[in-house]
Design a protein. Structure first.
Length: 234
């Protein structure tokens, strides 16, 4: 999917650009690339020990891709259907065995894909101002799907199977657009996003034997995101 998003963006922009004679409408296409940085956190592994094992995932960053279609509802309000993908987010950090530092590292890799409905408020229009940039604020909500890879521990045969999970997601954002032409605008934004919990499987193995966890390894996926996109008004 990571490779398909830029291709889809180019295709959609090319189709729209091939019809320059059409009047500019209230509908626009949006696509871009950015950087998503996760927050540091501690996750608990529901094994059979007491206290349970834990792993502290360090903050990490990964490329993020965005596609969307928007519509200008009023002079100051846009609504947007947005598809975001964060690929290959590395979740790794110090591992604790039954409450004691083990001197080992627990690691898994995560892909997160989210679809959201956003509301974007044009601040220049609200304030009736004429600025070179059109700043905006926004908020959105939707659904995020997480593909968590196999969780492993260095220098140990223990591992937890991969799993797919999903749930509610939301974000708030602040950005600005800059008009390049009548139809095309550059869009730069910062967003804080909460994609909910990514969960591992309950199936695991240790030293060659299979076992079932009491509870899943869960990671709250919260990110700080910088994005640079193009808007093309149809």
């Amino acid at each position: 999917m990571t490779k398909q998003l830029p291709l889809a963006l180019l295709t959609a922009t090319g189709i729209a650009a091939s019809n320059p004679a059409l009047a500019v409408s209230d509908v626009y296409l949006k696509g871009g690339i950015g950087w998503a940085h996760s927050e540091k956190q501690t996750a608990t592994i529901g094994d059979l020990g007491d206290p349970p094992d834990r792993v502290t995932f360090d903050a990490d960053g990964s490329l993020a891709y965005q596609l969307g279609i928007g519509y200008r509802l009023t002079d100051w309000l846009d609504t947007e259907l947005s598809l975001n993908h964060i690929g290959g987010l590395d979740l790794s950090g110090a591992y604790e065995d039954d409450g004691s530092p083990a001197g080992e590292v627990g690691r898994t890799e995560l892909d997160t894909t989210a679809i959201m409905v956003l509301g974007l408020v044009d601040l220049a229009a609200v304030l009736d101002a004429s600025w070179p940039l059109d700043p905006y604020v926004g908020i959105g909500a939707g659904y995020a799907r997480h593909d968590m890879g196999r969780f492993t521990v260095t220098n140990d045969s223990a591992q937890i199977d991969s799993n797919t999970s999903g749930g509610f997601a939301w974000k708030v954002l602040l950005g600005a657009t800059y008009p390049i032409s009548e139809r095309l605008s550059l869009d730069a934004s910062y967003a804080y996003a909460d994609y909910g919990e990514a969960e591992s499987s309950l199936s695991a193995s240790e030293r060659g034997g299979d076992l079932q966890l009491n509870s899943r390894l869960k990671a709250d996926i919260r990110t700080h995101e910088l994005s640079l996109s193009l808007r093309y008004r149809l």
